[in-house]
Design a protein around this ligand. Structure first.
Ligand code: URP
Ligand code: ZN
Ligand code: ZN
Ligand code: ZN
Length: 463
C-alpha cells in the first residue's frame, strides 16, 4: 500500500485507548494503523509524542457584530489560525439570527464571512433570537435537513433572550426536526434587578459585572431550562456552566431521565470573580458571562469533568481587544460595567490548559482529555466518526502533542486578534507541535504551513 504520509513511532490516543502505532494517511483520510508502516511520500517522526485527534472546539464566537461600534477581535481567518496553533482542526461557531430576518438570511451573511477565510474546518450553530412561526415551522426543519443540526438560545441579554413560551416553542420545533438545543442559562430579570441596585449605589466598576450575575441567577435558569426541556421531551446542552449548583441541576435532571449534556470552559477552572477586581480597569479583561466564580466552583468544575457531568470542554472564545475604544475599554464601558462587551479569548489556550492542569497534574487521564477536547464534541454535534477520533476511514485531523514541552503563556506567543490573554503568565506542561487537517500539515513546530481557504464548511448529521 502506498501512503501520502506516515506518522511513525508515536503513541496513538483515542477517547478509549492508548497504543503504539504508526498512522498511514491517503487522500486526507486515515487508511492504516499498524505497528510498522512503510512506503510514503512523507514520513513524520512522532517519537515521544502523542498522536491525538485534532481538537474540536464546539463553542467559539467569530466575526459577530454587536451594536455601539464594538468589534470582535477575530474574524474567521485570525480565529481559525489561532485555533490551529492551539491544536484544533474544527471549530463550531455561531450564526446569529438578526431580529426581523430569517435564519437563511443570517446564514448567507455568515457563510460570506467564512468562505475562503478558514485555516481549519468550521460549522455553524444557529442562534435563534426571533422564533417566528415561519422560522420554527418551516425554516428550521429544512435547515436541519441541510446539515445545520444545532441551535443556541439565550435566557439572558436584553436583545437576545427568549421568553419561556418562546423557548418551549423552539424546543418543540427542535424535537420534531431533530436539532440539538444549546441553552445559555442566566435569569435576565434577576440580573437587571441587580444591575439597577448597583447603579443606584454608584457601583459601576468591572467587578460589579460578576456581582450582578450571581450563582443563583445561573442555577435558577439552569433549572428552568432543564424543566422546559423535560416538559417538551427534547435533549439539550447546558453551555458554559460555572459552578456546583448549576452542575447539580444537570445531575438531578439526568437522574430523572432527561438527556442533557453539560459544558464547562477554561475560565471556570482558572479564574475567579476577584480577577474582575483588578486595578486600572484591568478587571474588564475578565468580563464574561456567566462570570468566573471562586475556588470552590473551580473544584466543582474539575469534579464535573472527571465524573462525566461535563462531557464538553469548550473555550467560549469571544475575543475583544482590551486597550481599544471598539472593545473592552470603550468610552461607555470605562464608565459602567454593563457596556463592557462580554467574552474572553481562549481558543488557542483551551487544549494546553486542559492538558497541563488536567493530564500533567493527574486530574484526568489522557483518554478523558481526548474525549473532552475532541471526541465528545464530534459525537454531540453530528461529526463522528468523520471527526473526533483516530480510526481507519476518519479524516486525518491530527494533533501531535509533546507532553513534556514547557511553555509560559503570554499574549505574544498567541495568534488571536485580542491584545491580551486572561491566562498571562500561566506555566503549562504539554503543547501541540503539529496540527494536521485532512492529511495536510497546517502548523508545524510553531510555523504556519497551511493556507487560508483550506478549511471547509462541514454539514453535520442529526444525533
Ligand atoms: O461572555 C460570554 N460568554 N460571551 C459570549 C457569548 C455567550 O454567551 O456565549
Ligand atoms: Zn505518492
Ligand atoms: Zn452563552
Ligand atoms: Zn459563548
Amino acid at each position: 500500500m502506498h501512503f501520502d504520509t506516515i506518522i511513525k513511532n508515536g503513541t496513538v490516543v483515542t477517547a478509549s485507548d492508548t497504543f503504539r502505532s504508526d498512522v498511514g494517511i491517503h487522500n486526507g483520510k486515515i487508511v492504516a494503523l499498524a505497528a510498522s508502516l512503510d512506503g510514503a511520500d512523507e514520513i513524520i517522526d512522532a517519537s515521544g509524542l502523542y498522536v491525538m485527534p485534532g481538537g474540536i472546539d464546539s463553542h467559539v464566537h467569530l466575526a459577530q457584530p454587536s451594536g455601539d461600534g464594538i468589534v470582535m477581535a477575530d474574524d474567521f481567518a485570525s480565529g481559525t489560525l489561532s485555533a490551529a496553533f492551539g491544536g484544533n482542526t474544527t471549530v463550531l461557531t455561531f450564526c446569529m439570527q438578526e431580529k426581523g430576518t430569517t435564519l437563511r438570511e443570517s446564514l448567507k451573511t455568515y457563510h460570506a464571512k467564512a468562505e475562503g477565510e478558514c485555516y481549519i474546518d468550521v460549522s455553524f450553530h444557529l442562534v435563534v433570537t426571533d422564533p417566528t412561526s415561519y422560522v420554527l415551522g418551516q425554516e428550521l426543519p429544512a435547515l436541519v435537513e441541510d446539515g445545520y443540526t444545532s441551535i443556541k438560545v439565550f435566557m439572558t441579554y436584553e436583545n437576545l433572550r427568549l421568553r419561556d413560551d418562546q423557548i418551549l416553542d423552539t424546543l418543540d420545533s427542535a424535537r420534531q426536526s431533530g436539532a440539538l438545543v444549546m441553552v445559555h442559562c442566566e435569569n435576565e430579570d434577576a440580573i437587571r434587578y441587580l444591575i439597577g441596585k448597583h447603579e443606584q449605589n454608584g457601583e459601576l466598576a468591572p467587578k460589579f459585572h460578576a456581582l450582578s450575575r450571581p450563582v443563583a441567577a445561573e442555577r435558577e435558569a439552569t433549572h428552568r431550562a432543564l424543566s422546559l426541556a423535560e416538559i417538551v421531551g427534547t435533549p439539550i446542552v447546558i453551555v458554559h456552566v460555572s459552578n456546583r449548583q448549576a452542575m447539580e441541576e444537570i445531575e438531578r435532571a439526568r437522574k430523572r431521565g432527561s438527556k442533557v449534556a453539560g459544558e464547562t470552559c477554561p475560565q471556570y477552572l482558572l479564574l475567579t470573580a476577584d480577577d474582575l477586581d483588578a486595578a486600572e480597569l484591568e478587571g474588564a479583561k475578565f468580563v464574561c458571562s456567566p462570570p468566573p466564580r471562586d475556588k470552590e466552583s473551580q473544584e466543582a468544575c474539575w469534579e464535573g469533568l472527571q465524573s462525566g457531568t461535563f462531557e464538553l470542554f469548550s473555550s467560549d472564545h469571544c475575543p475583544f481587544r482590551y486597550d481599544d475604544d471598539s472593545g473592552k475599554l470603550n468610552e461607555k464601558g470605562k464608565r459602567h460595567f454593563r457596556w463592557i462587551p462580554n467574552g474572553i479569548p481562549g481558543v488557542e489556550t483551551r487544549l494546553p490548559i486542559l492538558f497541563s492542569e488536567g493530564v500533567s497534574k493527574g486530574r484526568i487521564d489522557i483518554n478523558r482529555f481526548v474525549a473532552l477536547s475532541s471526541t465528545n464534541h464530534a459525537k454531540q454535534y453530528g461529526l463522528y466518526p468523520q471527526k473526533g477520533t483516530i480510526a481507519i476511514g476518519s479524516d486525518a485531523d491530527i494533533a501531535l502533542w509533546d507532553p513534556l514541552k514547557q511553555v509560559t503563556i503570554t499574549n505574544d506567543i498567541l495568534h488571536h486578534g485580542a491584545d491580551y490573554t486572561p491566562y498571562h503568565g500561566l506555566d503549562v506542561v504539554g503543547w501541540p507541535v503539529l496540527t494536521m487537517l485532512r492529511g495536510r500539515s497546517i502548523i508545524r513546530e510553531g510555523a504556519l504551513q497551511g493556507a487560508l481557504g483550506h478549511g471547509q464548511y462541514l454539514r453535520r448529521n442529526r444525533v
